[in-house]
Design a protein around this ligand. Sequence first.
Ligand code: ADP
Ligand code: MG
Length: 571
Amino acid sequence: MQTEEDLRKALGRIDGRGYKAYKNIQGIYDFKEYTLFIDHVQGDPFASPSRMRVHVRQEVAEFPKDTYQSKSRQIALRDFTTRRFFQATKRFGKGSRGTGNSGVIAIDRPGQEVIERTSALVTNDYVEARFQMGLPAFGRSIAAKHALAMFFEELPQIVRQSLLFKNLNRNALYKHIETAEDADFLRQGLDNMGLVAFVADGAILPRASGIDPRPLTKGRVIPFESPESLRVHTELPNRGVITGMGIPKGVNLVVGGGYHGKSTLLRALELGIYNHIPGDGRESVVANPNTVKIRAEDGRRIEKVDISPFITNLPFGQDTRAFSTEDASGSTSQATNIIESLELGAQVLLIDEDTSATNFMIRDHRMQKLVSKDKEPITPFIDKVRQLYEDLGVSTILVMGGSGDYFDVAEHVICMIEYKPYDLTEQSRTIAEKFRAERKLEGGEHFGTITERIPLAHSFDPSRGKREVKISPKGLHYIVFGTHTIDLGAVEQLSDASQTRAIGDAIYYATKYMDGIGALRQIVDAVLENVKQSGLDILSPRPVGDYATFRALELGAAVNRLRTLSVQQKE
Ligand code: ADP
Ligand code: MG
């Protein structure tokens, strides 16, 4: 290992030289308080910044064991140090100077969710942070003076302020990890309580804006308040007893007038698969970990999905037991999204009328009279939602302000009025008795079978140009896999672009399990099991600082949206 003095001298030697000379500083340096790893040096000032890590030994970092003992706490601590490191880069880093990315010190930036990420790691021996540095230059000439400032003035401050326990706000740190631990406990306890979701009394569900996920603070903000009949008490390890609305297993309907907070509630439940930071407002809003938001997604590709539980008898005898299309309609895409999610192990479906295909959701008795069943391929969701629960044990939470026909199939009807939920189950039953829907049940007595599919390895080609493997995430919603773009715009529970990055690489990693025998679910589960055992680092040959973890459900959703995907149905 070299010393910090070696780095200082090396920078002195290459001052003013061509940018490529920076390659000389790749290596490991002992900075006494920490070890600096310069893993990869960028090729030019405009390329993505150089990748580095620091290790601070626990004798120096001094994190008490109870800050990282359990998995929940460890993930939260890693998240916390990442946030502090990020803040410190703003405070102590001098920022952009020189050409291109010169001067920038950056680390992955978490949002409202606390997700396992590779930007920071904690072990009994050390804490690690992974970050990027834009090695400074003017034009293509190395600016050693600025590099010296970055390595010897800015970085040491950033490391000290974020990775040494004594410099962190102890209360804020413990609050962070205890909040995450409580949320995990609550989520894990749902099943035993017979619930699919829980929304704490006092929770703040609305967000600052459509593009700002922080809590709404302007104007009147109505804290969540459970109806008495659905109120559940439960005890959390840190916060103690809390109360809130428990949403039971089965079929749950959320109704209410427009603009009364239905979609806001559903959105909070969608993200209830994640833990949230203290102050988010949704710290104790949790959902079953296998909850999936379903929506229509016209235009998507579909590869041999058995959508026959919902759709049969398409014009010209198109097969719906192995349905494929390059350009799905609203209803076929929504049916597919459900079937694919079930194939991947979904236990709870969330559906919002705002993003659903109407003809997939409802078909009233007048329409049944006008267009007979033999002319209508679609069995509407209303005729399948109970079977989903009774045959497959899959619950649904459905936002539906537009059709009272659903009263006949719902166990619970929650009505949002001025952002407060009321339990109107009894009233809805009375109304359903008095005004019979008169519609006929369609689509048979049972849900139908879920046909598993075997993805075929040859259909995954990650190569582009001269590169054998070129997978580029583009923000939250796109992955360019080889020469094909995967559109994840309708995979609404993705919450962080670092998840998208990890999923892109995980698709490639998954191909090693594609033996022509294993079904998609087995393959994605195997990938997730490996990630659980060995961490996200297995997805890449070199340390990556901006991966965040994801579910098998989202990995499967991405595979299903690869336009070259080829599968074989399982017998
Ligand atoms: P709906 O789906 O019933 O039409 P939305 O959930 O879209 O209604 O909510 C409508 C508006 O009300 C949104 O701008 C949302 O941010 C706001 N809102 C939702 N819940 C609350 C609340 N508890 N307090 C204040 N405003 C809220
Ligand atoms: Mg709405």
